[in-house]
Design a protein around this ligand. Sequence first.
Ligand SMILES: [Zn+2]
Length: 188
Amino acid sequence: MSRTCWSCDEEVGASLVCNACHKVQPPLDLNPFDRFEIPSHPSVDQGNLRKKYLEMQAALHPDRFVSKTKEEQLYAHQQSEAFNNAFVVLRDPTKCLESLLKGEKLPPDDPETLMEVMDLYDQIDSLSDKDDLCALEQKTSEKRALVLGICIKAFEETNKKILLQDFKKLQFFEKILITLKEKIHRLS
Ligand SMILES: [Zn+2]
């Protein structure tokens, strides 16, 4: 891509910093994978991600910009925020899938999944013992991991039908887990 530096008009492309005047450039509208320059895949190498994130946060730290112009402070802040937001997504495989499937039309709910989901909510409603709820949370987490595995495999095999179907299931489990955590938290 072609873009020029806001300060000196040199070509900067997608670079964070201008090679000529070394000023930080405003953030581009990139998906989280492109922002961190990592492969577009739902399972992210977390060690590599963390390393890149820390490097970015060090390079963009406000302390480095106190004596700089208002524009540079603003762009460093905007870049830092953009990397933070991308980091939140890339740490979470469900959010990664959400980002990768952005704009895709999800299939209608299948009755079997809906029954399972309703059954789980009924169980949450009926349980009042913290240990029972924690056990259900554990079981639901395992199911989520299983569905996530199916999603990742379907993504790798570019089996879109299975991917979209199970991604929807994954979202159901994420919501159920939030409800469970909230109830467990209320009982603590
Ligand atoms: Zn420049």
